[in-house]
Each structure stands twice: as C-alpha cells, then as structure tokens.
Design a protein around this ligand. Structure first.
Ligand code: NAD
Length: 345
C-alpha cells in the first residue's frame, strides 16, 4: 500500500498534539478525535482504519477489534497497555506497540510531588489559606531526610524515584522480580523481600505494571504488614491496590496518608452517566463510591492520572508514536508488546 492509503485514527488527542502529529504524518490518511474511542460511537471512517492510536482510558477489547476489520496496528500513547486485549490482538494478527520510555523522570517527579504534599501537608495548608485561615495547628509535617523509602518495582520509573530519594538523603529499599545488583550498587539502595520492604519502610511507592500477578498486590494482608503511620504512594495503576483494603488501612491508622495518581475505577469518577449504562454497573458504582470516600479524606492526596503529563514527556510520547507507525509501515515494527499471528492478507 502507498502511505496515503494507510488510514490512521487517533483518539483522545488534544489540539496541540493533533497539530504535532498531523505535521509529521502528512503522507498518511489521518483523522483525529478529541474524545476517547467509545465502542457504540465508532464511525464508518474509523471502521476502515488500519492504524489506531489510543490512550489509557480506552479499553480496546476483542469486540472493538472485531468492529475494525482492516486494523493492523494499535499504537497506544502510553507505557501501560493493560487497556488492550493482547490475546485478541495476537489472534487477529494485530500488532500492538507502546511507548516504553518517555517520562520515567516525569512520573518519578510527580511521585515526589505526592510524597511532599503529604509530608509537608501542602494540600491541607492550601485549602486552609484559601479560606483565609492562616493558623498552623495540625500542619506539622515530617522530614524525608533519613527516612526509608520502599520502592515496589524498580524498573524505569522506580529507578528514577530511587535517584531522587537518594538526593533527599533517604534510605532506599526495593523489591523487584528482576533485581539488578549493579544498579543497586551504583544508586545506593538495597533489594529486600516484599515483606521486609513493607515492615521497614516509612513510605512505600508502587511502580509495578498491572498484571495478573500484581493485581491487588497491596491487599489487606500486605497493608497490615506496614509500619504504623506509613504513607503509601501509587502512580502505577489503580488495580495494584485493593481500594477496600486501602480505606481500611487509613481508617485503622496503619496508613497515615496516601498519595494517589491512580485508583481503581478512576474512569468512572467523571463519567457517572456512562457508568449507569455500563455492564456490571453495580460493581462500578461501588468502585466510584469507594473513590469518593477516599477523596473526602484529608490525608489522601489525589491527582487525576497526570503523573505522565509534562510538556516534555508529551512530546516524547508523540515522537515515539510517530516512530512506531513509521517502523511498522517499513515492516520493522518496534516497541511491540504482543505476539501477533501472521496476517494472512
Ligand atoms: P518497567 O517495566 O520499566 O518497570 C516495572 C518493574 O516492575 C520491572 O523492573 C519489573 O521487573 C517489576 N515487576 C513486574 N512485576 C513485578 C512483581 N510482581 N513484583 C515486583 N516487581 C515486579 O515499567 P515503568 O516504565 O517503570 O512503569 C511502571 C508502571 O507505571 C507502568 O506499567 C504503568 O502502569 C505505570 N505508569 C503510570 C503513569 C502515570 O501517569 N501514572 C505513567 C507511566 C507509567
């Protein structure tokens, strides 16, 4: 096929990103949608597309793929790809690419934004001063210097978190299924078991991908192992933490605070109307209620999945997405995260 006959549909694209992508993909037949891909609203143009580019809030299920018979490439503009049914993509011969590196430092910096908001009670102070209340009672924080940070998942992001933590003079413990002793020696941290990490850390921060093995990794039993008064930070994926267990640990005072950029059911916070129509609405409604309970707490700092969202990181995401498309069209796909069956046509 000549490039112009490749049809590429981009969803959840903001105006600046649209310009950036359009100018770099002029030789393709592109269309940009500002809203997320919604299965019931897929138009005829997208039905004929060969390339689909989405973001994290768009579940690309077998059903969605079945609606797009020409689809050959899904390129998600994220590191995580748990929103795409890889098994279905394999079976259908659809290549799935991600952006493995774009914002390791970006997400790590946001992790510290959450840690510092909690350690210095920045969010509580802000709310108070907005009301004209400048009292300092109850706003005493704690130092990071000399404290122990437990990093669960010392991959690309986790290692940047460790680098920053060392700058603050923190001791760092890490748990990872693939430890790398050289990195530990260079950055000055210690690999330990998950249990030791939980019992010894003042702050625990999560940087594992959401996999069957990490789903609800932080359950009630593991949270109960934490030091009393510890702080939990999650910038990975909501499903890594069991929200009921998290609410319990906060109520019990096991956790003194939580900094969350992600939470189970985050997609339903702003989409309550959609929620009522969704399959398994009752369970999703329960999730949304749990999220609201979390957000009401003074000792929970929540950001709406923006850890990746810096200007520099977004440009790197778009550059890699363009490179993923170019590599695929040349027959040398890159950043492939699945094992697509050979396409027959
Ligand atoms: P990565 O693959 O480089 O690192 C993940 C690490 O987790 C690896 O070292 C891996 O060995 C380890 N790991 C996997 N399963 C494990 C388990 N069961 N127990 C312990 N360790 C395990 O990924 P990354 O680039 O560091 O990103 C981590 C996650 O952060 C992504 O998968 C994504 O879900 C999330 N993320 C969130 C945002 C955001 O905006 N909030 C942005 C980017 C990435």
């Amino acid at each position: 096929m000549s490039p112009k006959t490749w049809r590429a549909a981009f969803y959840s694209v903001e105006p600046e990103a649209r310009e950036y992508l359009a100018s770099r993909l002029e030789d393709l037949d592109t269309r940009f949608y500002s809203e997320p891909l919604e299965p019931s609203r897929i138009d005829e143009w997208t039905v004929g597309s060969h390339i689909l580019s989405v973001f994290i809030k768009e579940p690309i299920t077998d059903e969605v793929m079945a609606r797009l018979p020409n689809l050959r490439l899904i390129t998600t503009r994220s590191t995580g790809y748990d929103h795409i049914d890889l098994e279905a993509a394999d079976r259908r011969g659809i290549t799935v690419c991600n952006v493995p590196h774009y914002g390791e430092n970006t997400v790590a910096e946001h992790t510290f934004a959450l840690i510092l908001a909690l350690s210095r009670r920045v969010h509580e102070a802000w709310v108070r001063t907005q009301r004209g209340d400048f009292s300092i009672q109850g706003l005493r924080g704690f130092d990071l210097y000399g404290k122990t940070l437990g990093v669960v998942g010392a991959g690309s992001i986790g290692l940047h978190v460790i680098r920053i933590a060392r700058g603050f003079g923190m001791h760092v413990l890490a748990y990872d299924v693939h430890p790398n002793q050289l990195l530990a020696d260079v950055l000055g941290f210690t690999y330990v078991s998950l249990d030791d990490l939980l019992t010894q850390s003042d702050i625990v921060t999560l940087h594992v991908p959401l996999l069957p093995s990490t789903h609800h990794l932080m359950n009630r039993e593991r949270l109960s192992r934490l030091k009393r008064g510890a702080v939990l930070i999650n910038t990975s994926r909501g499903g890594v933490v069991d929200t009921d267990a998290l609410l319990w640990a906060l109520d019990e005072g096991i956790l003194a605070g939580a900094g969350l950029d992600v939470v189970e059911g985050e997609e339903w916070i702003t989409e309550e109307q959609e929620l009522l129509k969704a399959p398994a609405a009752e369970e999703k409604l329960r999730m949304a209620v749990r999220v609201h309970l979390l957000l009401q707490r003074d000792n929970v700092v929540f950001t709406p999945h923006i850890a990746f969202n810096s200007k520099e990181a977004l440009e790197r995401i778009l550059d890699t997405t363009v490179a993923n498309i170019r590599a695929f069209l040349k027959g040398t796909p890159q950043n492939v995260v699945n094992h697509p069956a050979t396409h027959e046509n």
